[in-house]
Ligand binder design. Structure first.
Ligand code: ATP
Length: 351
């Protein structure tokens, strides 16, 4: 099922939780809403589920407005961070619950519960009580319970946040596998950028009630459209400058630390810009090239074997983060380094 959010706003008293948000979740897509705490992600999810009515705009399922359809008629499945399983029912009974209330025949119910437990790889534990399961197993039962009703969209609200780091990784892979096997349309809400980058077909980034960018994980990471997105996803150094020269897809930006050549179009000489440089794009020079050289002093070097992280200071005392893969030396405090960055790895942002 395709879900469209068109110009949707929602306020609680004086607080604008969702502010004129428009986006589509395509049929079969695993779509992520990502943003800091309080940015409005859960409110969007609840507007889709029907727990809230939009103050303005429309929620459409396959092109039909569902604004006046109550939650129990919307055919959405939900998975929460706290599993919400019935402790007095077995795993199979928990999964069957949604079918019982829908009056599905006994034979069909058995078949669908069996299939749903097989998808989440919990068939062996069908007769256990949820109290005898690990957090990861309980979350898989909650997934089976939501999938068994064949929802038009599965809504997942921070589903991994109660799990420890190892289980979180495992369950992340499970959800990705289940999505690729079922092509179930899913909306997944999180503030964990690693979850979003590693799992999503597309990601919508929210800030203060607004949807500020939608794209694939690669697009969001490589071409953030604002300083907020650049900073929120991954790590980023920001260096201010002024466009000196722009021609043939190359832009020369004068900065306090020298001229940086950037690949791009659409900038004019004289424009004030910010160069965004990811730490992994900034690395000590090996061959002493002549372009995009930045001189800095090592404040701290953290050697991790396959990688070395650097915190450096620039000539005016500003801090910079860089890293080196396959490092052959351990750098010392106070050591002078010349770093370089490829023109295609600098993100130019308008100030
Ligand atoms: P988190 O990651 O912390 O769950 P979120 O991005 O999901 O945050 P929302 O829960 O959608 O954010 O909340 C958005 C804003 O709306 C917040 O300022 C929140 O305090 C407010 N809000 C949400 N629900 C209600 C409510 N029922 N009544 C009043 N204010 C609310």
């Amino acid at each position: 099922m395709k879900v469209s959010i068109q110009g949707v706003s929602k306020s609680f008293d004086q607080i604008v939780a969702v502010d004129d948000v428009t986006f589509d979740i395509r049929d079969g897509e695993l779509f992520f809403l990502l943003g800091p705490s309080g940015c409005g992600k859960t409110t969007v999810l609840r507007l889709i589920a029907g727990f809230y009515a939009p103050g303005a705009g429309d929620v459409l399922f396959d092109g039909q407005s569902v604004n006046n359809v109550p939650p129990n008629r919307r055919n959405t499945g939900m998975v929460f961070q706290n599993y919400a399983l019935w402790p007095h029912m077995t795993v199979a009974e928990n999964v069957a619950y949604g079918l019982d209330v829908r009056g599905v025949s006994r034979a069909e119910k058995q078949r669908r519960v069996r299939d749903a437990l097989a998808i989440v790889r919990m068939s062996e534990l069908a007769d256990r009580s949820p109290t005898q399961l690990s957090g990861g197993q309980q979350q898989r039962v909650a997934l089976a319970r939501a999938l068994v009703i064949n929802p038009g969209i599965l809504l997942l609200d921070e589903p991994l946040s109660n799990l420890d780091a190892k289980l979180r990784l495992e369950t992340r892979e499970e959800i990705t596998r289940i999505h690729s096997e079922t092509r179930q349309t899913m909306l997944y809400v999180t503030h964990d950028q690693k979850e979003a980058l590693s799992m999503a077909d597309r990601v919508g980034i929210m800030n203060a009630g607004r949807l500020v960018q939608v794209g694939t994980p690669h697009e969001i990471y490589r071409t953030p459209n604002s300083r907020f997105v650049a900073d929120f996803i991954g790590e980023m150094n920001f260096i201010e400058g002024r466009v000196e020269h722009a021609a043939n897809g190359e832009i020369a930006v004068a900065t306090a630390y020298g001229v940086l050549v950037v690949h791009g179009n659409g900038f004019q000489p004289g424009q004030t810009v910010t160069c965004g440089i990811r730490p992994e794009a900034l690395t000590p020079t090996r061959d002493g090239g002549t372009r995009n050289l930045i001189h800095a002093t090592v404040q701290r070097a953290t050697y991790l074997g396959e990688i070395e992280h650097y915190t450096l200071t620039l000539s005016d005392g500003r801090s910079l983060r860089a890293l080196e893969t396959n490092p052959d030396v351990v750098r010392r405090f106070g050591e002078k380094l010349t770093l370089t960055v490829r023109p295609e790895d600098i993100i130019l942002l308008i100030q």
